[in-house]
Design a binder for this molecule. Structure first.
Ligand code: UDP
Length: 234
């Protein structure tokens, strides 16, 4: 079993098929799963995306200055983080939001040592506002924070149960990889996450498991070593 994990949840996942906003039923269900993992003795840190509200590269931002659009994107992740914190704390487990952009009334500032202390005390930590810098993604933030806190693995929960040779939603002949290397992802041009995130994981030997969180209990299964999804190694 993994002792400390970094779980990446995209904003889209929190919208649960509605495309926009946060699905109240789904966020409670996902919070319960996360809490189960924490109660089983695994330290859980989370990076949430913001695509369910705003993306700096979205079509609606084409007329905007990229930095302004990315600031909006990062603020979107804070909305999700606060929503997830609320859902987690309803179960009785302490959860702290740490933001890469200072907003003291809403969240703690991100301080690495303090984040690690929270985890050691059994609190769930949500990292909000990505890396705090424009031109990055929350996947890059997830890779970065995973390394900073010394996570054993980066768990990327998605709507697809792993990495395929092509998009399985469009191509029925697409085959799933059980394992793959970061180099192969780059060489094959697979759109798993952006290349900044991929190269950060590759250069620092951070393993990643990409799996579906559509089935209840999958996060717990992955944390306990069940072979789900695709394992990505350096
Ligand atoms: N973003 C950013 N810097 C970061 C992380 C995120 O500027 O370090 C912005 C960027 O505009 C991005 C948006 O926040 O499009 C939402 O993040 P992302 O697209 O990664 O969310 P997800 O797809 O996981 O929901």
């Amino acid at each position: 079993m993994y002792k400390r994990v970094l779980l990446k949840i995209s904003g889209e996942a929190l919208a649960a098929g509605r495309g926009f906003g946060v699905d109240a039923v789904f966020i409670n269900a996902i919070a319960e799963e996360i809490v189960d993992v924490a109660r089983s003795g695994c330290e859980v840190a989370i990076v949430v995306g913001g695509g369910n509200f705003f993306r700096g590269v979205a079509e609606q931002a084409q007329h905007m200055d990229r930095v302004a659009a990315d600031h909006m994107g990062m603020l979107s992740t804070v909305i999700n983080a606060v929503a997830l914190q609320d859902a987690i704390e309803k179960t009785g487990v302490y959860c702290r939001v740490m933001s890469a952009i200072a907003m003291h009334q809403v969240a703690e500032p991100y301080i690495r040592r303090r984040a690690i202390r929270h985890l050691e005390k059994g609190r769930i930590v949500i990292f909000a506002a990505g890396t705090g810098n424009p031109y990055f993604s929350t996947d890059t933030a997830a890779s970065l924070r995973a390394m900073e806190i010394g996570a054993d693995v980066l768990l990327k929960a998605t709507s697809v149960d792993g990495i395929y040779t092509a998009d399985p939603k469009k191509d029925p002949t697409a085959e799933k990889f059980q394992t793959i290397t970061y180099m192969e992802i780059i060489k094959l041009g697979l759109r798993v996450m952006d290349t900044t995130a991929v190269s950060l994981c590759k250069d620092n030997n951070l393993p990643m498991i990409i799996f579906s969180m559509r089935e209840k209990g999958n996060i717990q299964r992955v944390v306990h070593g069940e072979k789900l999804g695709t394992l990505v190694t350096a």
